[in-house]
Design a protein around this ligand. Sequence first.
Ligand SMILES: Cc1cc2nc3c(=O)[nH]c(=O)nc-3n(C[C@H](O)[C@H](O)[C@H](O)COP(=O)(O)OP(=O)(O)OC[C@H]3O[C@@H](n4cnc5c(N)ncnc54)[C@H](O)[C@@H]3O)c2cc1C
Length: 297
Amino acid sequence: MHGQSFAYQRPGSLREFEALYASHGDNAKILAGGTDLLVLIKERLLAPRLLLDISDLPELKGIAYDPAAGLTIGAGVKVAEIERSALVKEHAPALAFAASNLGSNQVRWMATMAGNVCHASPAAETPPVLLAHGCELLIGSQAGERRLPIAEFFLAYRKTALKPGEYLKGFRLPPLAADAAVAYRLRGLRRAMEIDMINLGVYLRLEADGATAAEVRLAMGSVGPISYRAAATEEKLKGMTVDEAFLAAAAAGVAAEAAPIDDVRASADYRNRVVGVLARRGLTHCLEQIGSRRNKA
Ligand SMILES: Cc1cc2nc3c(=O)[nH]c(=O)nc-3n(C[C@H](O)[C@H](O)[C@H](O)COP(=O)(O)OP(=O)(O)OC[C@H]3O[C@@H](n4cnc5c(N)ncnc54)[C@H](O)[C@@H]3O)c2cc1C
């Protein structure tokens, strides 16, 4: 047998799940797709007494778009659904692209984005693009609901801001302004079934003049213990004319703020060189998206 035995329960409603989760405390683990959790149990890195399967809860399903609120994605939505969703492709194409790069087709039909975010691996596929979007997390518990910017969610390696009894209920991505775009860039050892060596989400909003950076977000993965934004570089780029000097400053800035290590997938030196290239390419892709929208208007 793999790992220690555990009990399994599939609550029939969100209320039932919240009550069970609150009463079992640290002994219970949430099971979504199981593509991270069951590996940890099998490898004896985790030994929960109870698995609470939330994968079929209807309250956690669904993708919706509202022009004022933006894009809402339930925690129970599978990565493959995000990859294929017409709403995601229209309002957050970089997220659809990131989703399409997670594992294999089989993994994507099991895995949820909530599991990807809550597992809190620094190499995870979706956190950088969610950080670039300025995503808000909807966090539930028996006591009610609270919202948290995703930038405050990752506390340390595989450690999140969820408190006992709390779970991730969904994601809210604010609507993108006409002069704004998000891009996602990644680098792996090969094209399929690969945990990224490095990945990066970029957000760029231009001033009305179409030539000045009003706001920039640069979110990096696999260059430190968590996915995080290069805050000092973002600040420096604000107000700059978007030209070659801007791209060079972005590339140098993220390389300076990255703190990678050598590991099985890449050396720290390689990651430091590549992160700047990804920032440059991501910003260029944002400029292309904004430009083509302007041309159509
Ligand atoms: C073959 C293979 C390839 C993979 N390739 C990639 C890849 O390319 N990129 C990548 O990023 N990942 C990859 N993964 C990792 C994994 O598939 C993803 O991280 C996936 O999104 C996890 O989602 P899940 O629904 O399976 O989570 P689970 O395994 O069910 O849960 C993961 C963790 O999150 C917690 N959790 C789940 N849902 C919630 C919730 N709503 N609220 C609070 N806590 C919750 C669980 O308790 C657990 O601690 C791969 C895994 C495998 C097996």
